[in-house]
Design a protein around this ligand. Structure first.
Ligand code: AMP
Ligand code: GLY
Length: 413
Protein backbone atom coordinates (compact mmCIF):
# COMPACT_ATOMS: atom_id res chain seq x y z
CA UNK A 1 0.00 0.00 0.00
CA UNK A 2 2.84 2.37 0.87
CA UNK A 3 4.32 1.84 -2.58
CA UNK A 4 1.14 3.29 -4.16
CA UNK A 5 1.82 6.91 -5.16
CA UNK A 6 -1.51 8.14 -3.79
CA UNK A 7 -0.92 6.72 -0.34
CA UNK A 8 0.65 9.13 2.14
CA UNK A 9 0.18 7.13 5.30
CA UNK A 10 -0.94 3.70 6.50
CA UNK A 11 -2.38 2.87 9.90
CA UNK A 12 -2.20 -0.75 11.04
CA UNK A 13 -4.40 -2.40 13.65
CA UNK A 14 -2.70 -3.90 15.55
CA UNK A 15 0.33 -4.12 13.22
CA UNK A 16 3.57 -5.90 14.12
CA UNK A 17 7.28 -5.30 14.55
CA UNK A 18 7.64 -4.64 10.83
CA UNK A 19 4.88 -2.08 10.46
CA UNK A 20 6.15 -0.43 13.66
CA UNK A 21 9.35 0.61 11.87
CA UNK A 22 8.14 1.30 8.32
CA UNK A 23 8.27 4.97 7.37
CA UNK A 24 4.80 6.58 6.94
CA UNK A 25 3.25 3.68 8.82
CA UNK A 26 1.78 3.66 12.33
CA UNK A 27 0.51 0.88 14.57
CA UNK A 28 -2.47 1.20 16.85
CA UNK A 29 -2.69 -1.31 19.68
CA UNK A 30 -6.38 -2.07 19.23
CA UNK A 31 -8.24 -5.33 18.79
CA UNK A 32 -9.62 -6.12 15.33
CA UNK A 33 -12.92 -6.86 17.12
CA UNK A 34 -13.17 -3.29 18.37
CA UNK A 35 -15.39 -2.06 15.52
CA UNK A 36 -16.34 1.15 17.29
CA UNK A 37 -12.74 2.03 18.09
CA UNK A 38 -11.61 1.27 14.55
CA UNK A 39 -14.46 3.30 13.05
CA UNK A 40 -13.65 6.20 15.33
CA UNK A 41 -9.93 6.08 14.51
CA UNK A 42 -10.60 5.93 10.76
CA UNK A 43 -13.03 8.85 10.91
CA UNK A 44 -10.83 11.06 13.10
CA UNK A 45 -7.77 10.38 10.93
CA UNK A 46 -9.71 10.97 7.71
CA UNK A 47 -8.81 7.55 6.36
CA UNK A 48 -9.85 7.29 2.70
CA UNK A 49 -9.84 3.50 2.47
CA UNK A 50 -10.13 0.79 5.12
CA UNK A 51 -8.72 -2.58 4.02
CA UNK A 52 -9.76 -5.52 6.17
CA UNK A 53 -7.09 -8.22 6.18
CA UNK A 54 -8.22 -11.22 8.21
CA UNK A 55 -11.37 -13.31 8.07
CA UNK A 56 -12.56 -13.08 11.68
CA UNK A 57 -13.59 -9.41 11.67
CA UNK A 58 -15.12 -9.83 8.20
CA UNK A 59 -17.19 -12.77 9.44
CA UNK A 60 -18.16 -10.71 12.48
CA UNK A 61 -19.49 -7.89 10.27
CA UNK A 62 -16.82 -5.19 10.48
CA UNK A 63 -17.51 -4.05 6.91
CA UNK A 64 -21.23 -3.60 7.61
CA UNK A 65 -20.41 -1.53 10.68
CA UNK A 66 -17.77 0.67 9.04
CA UNK A 67 -19.96 1.36 5.99
CA UNK A 68 -22.68 2.57 8.35
CA UNK A 69 -20.07 5.08 9.56
CA UNK A 70 -19.69 6.26 5.94
CA UNK A 71 -16.22 4.79 5.57
CA UNK A 72 -14.96 3.31 2.31
CA UNK A 73 -14.16 -0.33 2.93
CA UNK A 74 -12.41 -3.08 0.97
CA UNK A 75 -13.76 -6.39 2.27
CA UNK A 76 -17.03 -8.28 2.01
CA UNK A 77 -19.98 -7.78 4.35
CA UNK A 78 -20.83 -10.35 7.01
CA UNK A 79 -23.19 -12.09 4.58
CA UNK A 80 -20.46 -12.29 1.93
CA UNK A 81 -17.83 -13.52 4.38
CA UNK A 82 -19.92 -16.69 4.82
CA UNK A 83 -18.11 -17.86 1.72
CA UNK A 84 -15.24 -18.63 4.11
CA UNK A 85 -16.98 -18.68 7.49
CA UNK A 86 -19.42 -21.47 6.62
CA UNK A 87 -18.27 -24.28 4.38
CA UNK A 88 -21.81 -25.68 4.14
CA UNK A 89 -23.12 -22.27 3.04
CA UNK A 90 -20.39 -22.07 0.40
CA UNK A 91 -21.18 -25.61 -0.74
CA UNK A 92 -24.87 -24.78 -1.11
CA UNK A 93 -23.97 -21.73 -3.19
CA UNK A 94 -21.61 -23.77 -5.38
CA UNK A 95 -24.21 -26.47 -5.91
CA UNK A 96 -26.87 -23.92 -6.87
CA UNK A 97 -24.52 -22.12 -9.28
CA UNK A 98 -23.15 -25.32 -10.77
CA UNK A 99 -19.58 -24.54 -9.69
CA UNK A 100 -17.23 -27.55 -9.84
CA UNK A 101 -16.34 -28.80 -6.34
CA UNK A 102 -16.05 -32.05 -4.39
CA UNK A 103 -19.29 -33.87 -3.64
CA UNK A 104 -20.21 -33.31 0.00
CA UNK A 105 -22.82 -33.61 2.73
CA UNK A 106 -23.41 -31.59 5.89
CA UNK A 107 -24.19 -33.06 9.32
CA UNK A 108 -25.29 -31.76 12.68
CA UNK A 109 -24.73 -35.00 14.60
CA UNK A 110 -21.60 -37.16 14.75
CA UNK A 111 -23.68 -40.30 14.34
CA UNK A 112 -24.98 -39.13 10.98
CA UNK A 113 -21.50 -38.08 9.86
CA UNK A 114 -20.14 -41.47 10.95
CA UNK A 115 -22.81 -43.36 8.99
CA UNK A 116 -22.14 -41.30 5.87
CA UNK A 117 -18.36 -41.80 6.16
CA UNK A 118 -18.85 -45.57 6.55
CA UNK A 119 -21.08 -45.64 3.48
CA UNK A 120 -18.72 -43.54 1.34
CA UNK A 121 -15.43 -45.20 2.30
CA UNK A 122 -11.93 -43.72 2.50
CA UNK A 123 -10.00 -41.68 1.60
CA UNK A 124 -12.41 -38.93 2.57
CA UNK A 125 -12.18 -35.39 3.92
CA UNK A 126 -13.81 -34.17 7.14
CA UNK A 127 -14.18 -30.44 7.75
CA UNK A 128 -15.48 -28.14 10.44
CA UNK A 129 -18.19 -25.92 8.98
CA UNK A 130 -16.98 -22.72 10.64
CA UNK A 131 -13.70 -20.83 10.94
CA UNK A 132 -10.99 -23.01 12.46
CA UNK A 133 -7.76 -21.05 11.83
CA UNK A 134 -6.52 -23.53 9.25
CA UNK A 135 -7.08 -26.55 11.52
CA UNK A 136 -10.58 -27.46 10.37
CA UNK A 137 -9.92 -29.82 7.45
CA UNK A 138 -8.70 -33.37 7.89
CA UNK A 139 -7.81 -35.52 4.91
CA UNK A 140 -8.43 -39.03 6.22
CA UNK A 141 -6.76 -41.96 4.46
CA UNK A 142 -8.82 -44.59 6.35
CA UNK A 143 -12.34 -44.95 7.75
CA UNK A 144 -10.94 -45.03 11.29
CA UNK A 145 -9.07 -41.74 10.91
CA UNK A 146 -12.11 -40.15 9.26
CA UNK A 147 -14.42 -41.13 12.11
CA UNK A 148 -11.82 -40.05 14.67
CA UNK A 149 -11.53 -36.70 12.85
CA UNK A 150 -15.30 -36.17 12.97
CA UNK A 151 -15.34 -36.97 16.69
CA UNK A 152 -12.38 -34.71 17.45
CA UNK A 153 -13.87 -31.76 15.55
CA UNK A 154 -17.18 -32.31 17.31
CA UNK A 155 -15.53 -32.40 20.74
CA UNK A 156 -13.68 -29.20 19.87
CA UNK A 157 -17.07 -27.56 19.53
CA UNK A 158 -17.65 -27.75 15.78
CA UNK A 159 -21.31 -28.78 15.78
CA UNK A 160 -21.72 -28.70 12.02
CA UNK A 161 -19.47 -30.99 9.97
CA UNK A 162 -18.96 -31.19 6.24
CA UNK A 163 -17.82 -34.52 4.83
CA UNK A 164 -16.38 -34.33 1.39
CA UNK A 165 -15.15 -36.47 -1.46
CA UNK A 166 -11.35 -36.73 -1.59
CA UNK A 167 -9.97 -35.04 -4.69
CA UNK A 168 -6.66 -35.94 -6.22
CA UNK A 169 -4.47 -33.48 -8.06
CA UNK A 170 -2.32 -30.42 -7.56
CA UNK A 171 -3.45 -27.37 -5.59
CA UNK A 172 -3.55 -23.82 -6.89
CA UNK A 173 -4.58 -20.55 -5.25
CA UNK A 174 -6.35 -17.99 -7.41
CA UNK A 175 -7.37 -14.59 -6.05
CA UNK A 176 -10.05 -12.59 -7.79
CA UNK A 177 -10.67 -8.99 -6.85
CA UNK A 178 -14.24 -7.89 -7.25
CA UNK A 179 -16.48 -4.90 -6.67
CA UNK A 180 -19.51 -7.17 -6.77
CA UNK A 181 -19.93 -6.79 -10.53
CA UNK A 182 -16.58 -6.90 -12.33
CA UNK A 183 -13.70 -9.16 -11.45
CA UNK A 184 -9.94 -9.13 -11.97
CA UNK A 185 -7.91 -12.27 -11.52
CA UNK A 186 -4.47 -11.96 -9.96
CA UNK A 187 -1.53 -14.18 -10.92
CA UNK A 188 -2.00 -17.79 -9.83
CA UNK A 189 0.08 -19.00 -6.89
CA UNK A 190 0.92 -22.27 -5.22
CA UNK A 191 1.08 -22.57 -1.44
CA UNK A 192 2.89 -25.23 0.62
CA UNK A 193 0.52 -26.18 3.43
CA UNK A 194 2.47 -28.92 5.16
CA UNK A 195 5.24 -28.28 7.67
CA UNK A 196 7.66 -30.82 6.17
CA UNK A 197 9.67 -30.93 2.97
CA UNK A 198 8.03 -32.99 0.24
CA UNK A 199 4.63 -31.88 1.60
CA UNK A 200 4.53 -34.19 4.59
CA UNK A 201 3.53 -33.68 8.22
CA UNK A 202 0.98 -31.38 9.80
CA UNK A 203 -1.02 -28.72 8.01
CA UNK A 204 0.10 -25.13 8.61
CA UNK A 205 -1.14 -21.74 7.49
CA UNK A 206 1.33 -22.02 4.60
CA UNK A 207 5.13 -22.38 4.58
CA UNK A 208 5.91 -20.78 1.23
CA UNK A 209 4.47 -19.80 -2.11
CA UNK A 210 5.43 -18.84 -5.61
CA UNK A 211 3.82 -16.98 -8.46
CA UNK A 212 2.91 -17.16 -11.23
CA UNK A 213 2.49 -20.91 -10.72
CA UNK A 214 2.99 -22.51 -14.15
CA UNK A 215 0.16 -24.93 -13.28
CA UNK A 216 -2.18 -21.96 -13.77
CA UNK A 217 -1.91 -21.75 -17.54
CA UNK A 218 -3.87 -19.04 -19.39
CA UNK A 219 -6.33 -21.72 -20.56
CA UNK A 220 -6.87 -22.97 -17.01
CA UNK A 221 -7.30 -19.43 -15.66
CA UNK A 222 -9.87 -18.67 -18.33
CA UNK A 223 -11.84 -21.68 -17.11
CA UNK A 224 -11.44 -20.63 -13.48
CA UNK A 225 -12.83 -17.23 -14.34
CA UNK A 226 -15.75 -18.57 -16.37
CA UNK A 227 -16.65 -21.67 -14.40
CA UNK A 228 -15.85 -20.52 -10.87
CA UNK A 229 -15.30 -16.81 -10.26
CA UNK A 230 -18.01 -15.28 -12.45
CA UNK A 231 -20.72 -17.71 -11.34
CA UNK A 232 -19.72 -17.04 -7.72
CA UNK A 233 -20.00 -13.28 -8.14
CA UNK A 234 -23.36 -13.70 -9.86
CA UNK A 235 -24.63 -16.07 -7.17
CA UNK A 236 -23.60 -13.59 -4.45
CA UNK A 237 -25.28 -10.72 -6.27
CA UNK A 238 -28.37 -12.89 -6.79
CA UNK A 239 -28.55 -13.27 -3.02
CA UNK A 240 -28.30 -9.47 -2.70
CA UNK A 241 -24.89 -9.78 -1.09
CA UNK A 242 -22.61 -6.78 -1.47
CA UNK A 243 -19.22 -8.38 -2.07
CA UNK A 244 -16.34 -5.97 -2.58
CA UNK A 245 -13.11 -7.70 -1.79
CA UNK A 246 -11.05 -10.78 -2.55
CA UNK A 247 -12.54 -14.08 -3.57
CA UNK A 248 -9.77 -16.56 -2.86
CA UNK A 249 -10.42 -19.83 -4.64
CA UNK A 250 -8.41 -22.72 -3.23
CA UNK A 251 -8.48 -25.12 -6.15
CA UNK A 252 -7.59 -28.70 -6.88
CA UNK A 253 -6.50 -29.18 -10.46
CA UNK A 254 -7.44 -32.79 -11.08
CA UNK A 255 -5.29 -35.20 -13.11
CA UNK A 256 -7.62 -34.58 -16.06
CA UNK A 257 -6.87 -30.85 -15.78
CA UNK A 258 -10.19 -29.69 -14.38
CA UNK A 259 -10.24 -26.98 -11.69
CA UNK A 260 -12.43 -27.80 -8.67
CA UNK A 261 -13.00 -25.65 -5.59
CA UNK A 262 -11.59 -27.01 -2.31
CA UNK A 263 -12.55 -23.91 -0.39
CA UNK A 264 -13.26 -20.24 -0.72
CA UNK A 265 -11.69 -17.60 1.49
CA UNK A 266 -12.87 -14.01 1.75
CA UNK A 267 -9.37 -12.49 2.03
CA UNK A 268 -5.90 -12.70 0.51
CA UNK A 269 -3.92 -15.87 1.13
CA UNK A 270 -0.88 -15.85 3.36
CA UNK A 271 1.86 -16.45 2.13
CA UNK A 272 0.52 -16.40 -1.45
CA UNK A 273 -0.01 -12.64 -1.29
CA UNK A 274 3.69 -12.16 -0.52
CA UNK A 275 4.49 -13.83 -3.86
CA UNK A 276 1.67 -12.34 -5.94
CA UNK A 277 1.52 -8.69 -4.86
CA UNK A 278 5.24 -7.84 -5.36
CA UNK A 279 4.72 -8.59 -9.07
CA UNK A 280 1.72 -6.26 -9.39
CA UNK A 281 2.71 -3.04 -11.15
CA UNK A 282 -0.68 -1.35 -10.93
CA UNK A 283 -0.71 0.46 -7.56
CA UNK A 284 -2.48 -1.77 -5.07
CA UNK A 285 -4.35 1.17 -3.57
CA UNK A 286 -5.86 2.03 -6.98
CA UNK A 287 -7.22 -1.48 -7.42
CA UNK A 288 -8.57 -1.93 -3.89
CA UNK A 289 -10.17 1.51 -3.95
CA UNK A 290 -11.85 0.70 -7.29
CA UNK A 291 -13.32 -2.45 -5.68
CA UNK A 292 -14.52 -0.51 -2.64
CA UNK A 293 -16.05 2.25 -4.85
CA UNK A 294 -17.52 -0.20 -7.37
CA UNK A 295 -15.61 1.29 -10.29
CA UNK A 296 -13.50 -1.73 -11.16
CA UNK A 297 -14.86 -1.86 -14.72
CA UNK A 298 -13.32 1.58 -15.37
CA UNK A 299 -9.83 0.46 -14.41
CA UNK A 300 -7.40 -0.44 -17.23
CA UNK A 301 -6.14 -4.04 -17.22
CA UNK A 302 -3.81 -4.84 -14.33
CA UNK A 303 -0.15 -4.79 -15.28
CA UNK A 304 2.44 -7.21 -13.93
CA UNK A 305 6.17 -7.23 -13.72
CA UNK A 306 7.59 -10.08 -15.83
CA UNK A 307 9.29 -12.96 -14.03
CA UNK A 308 8.58 -14.85 -10.84
CA UNK A 309 8.40 -14.40 -7.11
CA UNK A 310 8.98 -17.01 -4.43
CA UNK A 311 8.28 -16.55 -0.73
CA UNK A 312 9.83 -18.75 1.96
CA UNK A 313 8.30 -18.61 5.45
CA UNK A 314 10.45 -18.80 8.58
CA UNK A 315 8.60 -20.31 11.54
CA UNK A 316 9.22 -20.62 15.26
CA UNK A 317 10.44 -24.05 16.45
CA UNK A 318 7.49 -26.35 17.19
CA UNK A 319 5.05 -24.62 14.83
CA UNK A 320 2.26 -25.58 13.97
CA UNK A 321 2.21 -26.96 17.53
CA UNK A 322 3.30 -24.99 20.59
CA UNK A 323 6.22 -22.66 20.09
CA UNK A 324 8.23 -20.15 22.13
CA UNK A 325 7.93 -16.40 21.67
CA UNK A 326 10.29 -13.54 22.39
CA UNK A 327 13.41 -14.70 20.52
CA UNK A 328 15.53 -11.84 19.13
CA UNK A 329 15.61 -11.72 15.31
CA UNK A 330 18.79 -10.71 13.47
CA UNK A 331 19.95 -10.23 9.89
CA UNK A 332 16.95 -8.48 8.35
CA UNK A 333 18.93 -5.56 6.91
CA UNK A 334 21.42 -7.97 5.33
CA UNK A 335 18.59 -10.03 3.81
CA UNK A 336 16.94 -7.13 1.97
CA UNK A 337 18.21 -6.29 -1.52
CA UNK A 338 16.67 -4.95 -4.75
CA UNK A 339 15.36 -8.45 -5.44
CA UNK A 340 14.61 -9.80 -1.99
CA UNK A 341 12.19 -8.42 0.60
CA UNK A 342 11.28 -9.42 4.12
CA UNK A 343 7.59 -9.47 5.06
CA UNK A 344 7.18 -9.68 8.80
CA UNK A 345 4.29 -11.65 10.32
CA UNK A 346 4.55 -12.83 13.95
CA UNK A 347 7.00 -10.21 15.18
CA UNK A 348 6.95 -7.44 17.73
CA UNK A 349 9.20 -4.54 18.55
CA UNK A 350 10.14 -4.27 22.23
CA UNK A 351 12.57 -1.59 23.36
CA UNK A 352 13.87 -1.28 19.79
CA UNK A 353 14.57 -5.02 19.64
CA UNK A 354 12.70 -7.13 17.09
CA UNK A 355 11.36 -10.32 18.69
CA UNK A 356 9.40 -13.33 17.48
CA UNK A 357 5.77 -13.29 18.59
CA UNK A 358 4.00 -15.87 16.45
CA UNK A 359 4.23 -19.24 14.73
CA UNK A 360 4.98 -17.93 11.28
CA UNK A 361 7.50 -15.19 12.02
CA UNK A 362 8.29 -13.75 8.62
CA UNK A 363 8.45 -14.50 4.94
CA UNK A 364 11.24 -13.66 2.50
CA UNK A 365 10.29 -13.05 -1.11
CA UNK A 366 12.83 -13.32 -3.91
CA UNK A 367 12.22 -12.01 -7.42
CA UNK A 368 13.82 -13.36 -10.60
CA UNK A 369 13.47 -13.69 -14.33
CA UNK A 370 13.03 -17.40 -13.82
CA UNK A 371 11.47 -19.29 -10.94
CA UNK A 372 14.86 -20.89 -10.21
CA UNK A 373 16.47 -17.49 -9.71
CA UNK A 374 13.54 -16.20 -7.63
CA UNK A 375 13.82 -19.22 -5.33
CA UNK A 376 17.64 -18.88 -5.06
CA UNK A 377 17.31 -15.25 -4.09
CA UNK A 378 14.72 -16.02 -1.44
CA UNK A 379 17.01 -18.66 0.08
CA UNK A 380 20.14 -16.48 -0.18
CA UNK A 381 18.26 -13.84 1.78
CA UNK A 382 16.60 -16.04 4.41
CA UNK A 383 19.98 -17.65 5.25
CA UNK A 384 21.09 -14.29 6.62
CA UNK A 385 18.21 -14.17 9.08
CA UNK A 386 18.40 -15.88 12.44
CA UNK A 387 16.47 -16.48 15.62
CA UNK A 388 16.66 -19.40 18.06
CA UNK A 389 15.25 -22.51 16.42
CA UNK A 390 14.40 -20.84 13.08
CA UNK A 391 12.73 -23.35 10.75
CA UNK A 392 11.95 -23.10 7.06
CA UNK A 393 11.35 -25.57 4.29
CA UNK A 394 14.22 -25.88 1.79
CA UNK A 395 12.03 -27.09 -1.05
CA UNK A 396 9.64 -24.23 -1.84
CA UNK A 397 8.47 -24.45 -5.47
CA UNK A 398 9.66 -28.05 -5.79
CA UNK A 399 6.65 -29.09 -7.86
CA UNK A 400 7.23 -26.50 -10.56
CA UNK A 401 11.02 -26.86 -10.45
CA UNK A 402 10.97 -30.65 -10.63
CA UNK A 403 9.03 -30.51 -13.86
CA UNK A 404 11.16 -27.53 -14.96
CA UNK A 405 7.95 -25.76 -15.88
CA UNK A 406 9.15 -22.61 -14.21
CA UNK A 407 12.26 -22.34 -16.35
CA UNK A 408 10.91 -22.94 -19.81
CA UNK A 409 10.78 -20.03 -22.23
CA UNK A 410 7.42 -21.25 -23.38
CA UNK A 411 5.27 -20.92 -20.32
CA UNK A 412 6.71 -18.08 -18.29
CA UNK A 413 4.19 -15.60 -19.66
P1 AMP B 1 -9.44 -26.30 3.29
O1 AMP B 1 -9.32 -25.66 4.66
O2 AMP B 1 -10.81 -26.70 2.94
O3 AMP B 1 -8.71 -25.57 2.23
O4 AMP B 1 -8.56 -27.61 3.41
C1 AMP B 1 -7.20 -27.57 3.78
C2 AMP B 1 -6.39 -28.50 2.93
O5 AMP B 1 -6.93 -29.81 3.00
C3 AMP B 1 -6.42 -28.15 1.44
O6 AMP B 1 -5.49 -27.17 1.12
C4 AMP B 1 -6.11 -29.48 0.83
O7 AMP B 1 -4.71 -29.75 0.91
C5 AMP B 1 -6.82 -30.44 1.74
N1 AMP B 1 -8.18 -30.72 1.20
C6 AMP B 1 -9.31 -30.07 1.50
N2 AMP B 1 -10.38 -30.58 0.83
C7 AMP B 1 -9.91 -31.62 0.12
C8 AMP B 1 -10.51 -32.56 -0.77
N3 AMP B 1 -11.81 -32.56 -1.02
N4 AMP B 1 -9.70 -33.47 -1.35
C9 AMP B 1 -8.37 -33.51 -1.08
N5 AMP B 1 -7.75 -32.65 -0.25
C10 AMP B 1 -8.50 -31.71 0.35
N1 GLY C 1 -2.21 -19.92 2.60
C1 GLY C 1 -3.51 -20.37 2.93
C2 GLY C 1 -4.40 -19.37 3.50
O1 GLY C 1 -4.09 -18.19 3.54
O2 GLY C 1 -5.49 -19.73 3.92
Amino acid sequence: MLQSPEVTQVFCIPGNGGTATLPRCRNFAMSVDDFEGIGCLASVQGVSLVVIGPEQPLAAGITDYLRQQNLTVFGPTQAGAQLEASKSWAKTLMLAADIPTAKSATFTTVAAARAYIAAQGAPIVVKADGLAAGKGAIVAPTLETAIAAAETLWEQGHKTLVVEEYLEGEELSVFALTDGKSTRLLLPAQDHKRIGEGDIGDNTGGMGAYAPAPLGTPALLARVEQEIIQPTVQALAGRRIDYRGVIYAGLMVTPSGDPKVLEFNCRFGDPEAQAVLPLLETPLHTVLLACACQTLDQLPPLTWQPGFAACVVAASPGYPGDYPKGAPITGLAEAETDTSFVYQAGTQLKQQQLLTSGGRVLGVTGLGDTLTVAVERAYDAIQKIDFTGIYYRRDIAWRALSTARGDGQTDTG
